[in-house]
Design a protein around this ligand. Structure first.
Ligand code: S3P
Length: 436
């Protein structure tokens, strides 16, 4: 990954964009389709590096997934819950935490079969104990570096037993791994989260016929019963709000801009950024609201807003905008005053340490940012000058820095810019299309 992109500041953004499919839902469509009986038809799949890593691993496990071609619907035939093949190759999850963590849950209960998972340099340093530890309580067997908490990791498939598990972090990847394991365990499994994380797994499992119930305060308890009774479905994947977020903030802060983002997923566990945009005083409207495949969607029209107010992000909203913190940090640089992001320690174990990396890179443009243990303090009204910045291999950092460059005077360069391909393969084409 050595690509350099050169961007000119002082432009305007105008136009309409169909952002690519939701990454979280794309992974789940493949995984849940693979364990259902019969055919699952998938439309709007995100053909970026992360979901393609999931497809590659599932193929090695014996699932017949056709060659995925951009914008073309495809179908897969599920194997049922217990029929994965013991692969003769290592399962490479690339940069994708969702692939590795959900597969750990899926494979832990494949009795008598063994699997090895690995990833790229970033993924092999990310914490996997948050999944291997709760799954071990269910009888799962994990071996690997640092007592089975870091990949490469091997899994010895065992008969699992259902458990009640309280997770210390609100993570949809952890919750989903436990739910997938619970589907193939004896007895009932309950996951209790400290705050609600995205619920795409629950929605999709329910649509496929799983016995899954949401209980407790704010729906933080999820109860699943085992069963090999999932039936293939048609899944229409909406645009990813985490990809739309770059344009939502860009249109708000780049002068004389207006962008219409078509068919964006508006699942309430993902829309924390809209709450922040409300408190900033952004100028946007949601039109054409509807529901597809159990997920609310709508188109979002965003126009430039002046005198944006600073904001505070803290507490239970974090999981609802966890992937949007890098671009919200850019937004904060252009608010009238001091913004603060707290309770965001999770950002330190993403594809990079996003608190450190965003502070380090944005300072190169002249941003005033103080890094705290659990967040950032950003002094707004920054006047950005041009700079040479680096994604440090992180897709969301790359795209956030691209938007920041549009506000910088002169020509800026982004090193390792093509990290964006992890979640948004057409980002640079879309940027060129919108730029005037
Ligand atoms: C994801 C959950 C989030 C998010 C990631 C995708 C998912 O991670 O940051 O990009 O698809 O479940 P955590 O569950 O670790 O917070």
């Amino acid at each position: 990954m050595n690509s350099i992109r050169t961007l000119q500041g002082g432009v305007n953004l105008q136009g309409k964009i169909n952002v690519p499919g939701d990454k979280s839902i794309s992974h789940r469509a493949l995984i849940i389709g693979s364990i259902a009986k019969g055919e699952t038809l998938i439309e709007g799949f995100l053909d970026s590096e992360d979901p393609l890593s999931t497809a590659d691993c599932l193929r090695k496990l014996g699932v017949n997934i056709p060659n995925i071609i951009k914008d073309q619907p495809f179908s897969i035939t599920g194997l049922g819950i217990n029929a994965f093949r013991e692969p003769n190759k290592i399962l490479n999850c690339g940069n994708s935490g969702t692939t590795m963590r959900l597969l750990m849950g899926l494979l832990a209960g494949q009795e008598g079969k063994n699997f090895i998972l690995t990833g790229d340099d970033s993924l092999n340093e990310r914490p996997m104990g948050r999944v291997s530890k709760p799954l071990s309580l269910m009888g799962g067997k994990f071996f690997g570096r640092e007592k089975g908490t870091k990949a490469p990791i091997s899994i010895g498939g065992k008969r699992l037993k259902g458990c009640v598990i309280g997770t210390p972090v609100a993570s949809a990847q952890v919750k989903s791994a436990i739910l997938l394991a619970g589907l193939n365990a004896s007895g009932t499994t309950t996951v209790i989260e400290p705050a609600s994380s995205r619920d795409h797994t629950e929605r999709m499992l329910k649509a496929f016929g799983a016995d899954i119930k949401i209980r407790g305060e704010l729906g933080r308890n999820v109860v699943i019963k085992p069963g090999n009774n999932l039936v293939g479905q048609k899944i229409l994947i909406p645009g990813d709000i985490s990809s739309a977020a770059f344009w939502m903030i860009a249109a708000s802060i780049v002068p004389n801009s207006e962008i219409l983002l078509k068919n964006i997923g508006l699942n309430p566990t993902r829309t924390g950024i809209l709450n922040v945009m409300d408190s900033m005083g952004c100028n946007y409207e949601i039109v054409e609201k509807s529901t597809i495949a159990g997920e609310p969607i709508g188109s979002i029209n965003v126009k430039t807003a002046k005198n944006l107010r600073p904001f505070i992000i803290e507490g239970e909203i974090l999981p609802k905008l966890i992937d949007e913190i890098p671009i919200l940090t850019v937004a904060a640089c252009f608010c009238d005053g001091v913004s603060e992001i707290k309770d965001a320690q999770e950002l330190r174990v993403k594809e990079t340490d996003r608190l450190k990396v965003m502070a380090r890179q944005l300072r190169k443009f002249g941003a005033e940012i103080t890094e705290k243990e659990d967040g950032l303090i950003i002094n707004g009204q920054s006047k950005f000058h041009s700079a040479e910045v680096d994604s440090e291999t992180d897709h969301r950092v790359s795209m956030s820095l691209a938007i920041a460059s549009l506000l910088a005077k002169g020509t800026s360069k982004i090193r390792r810019a093509d990290a964006s391909g992890v979640s948004y393969p057409t980002f640079w084409e879309d940027l060129a299309k919108l730029t005037y």
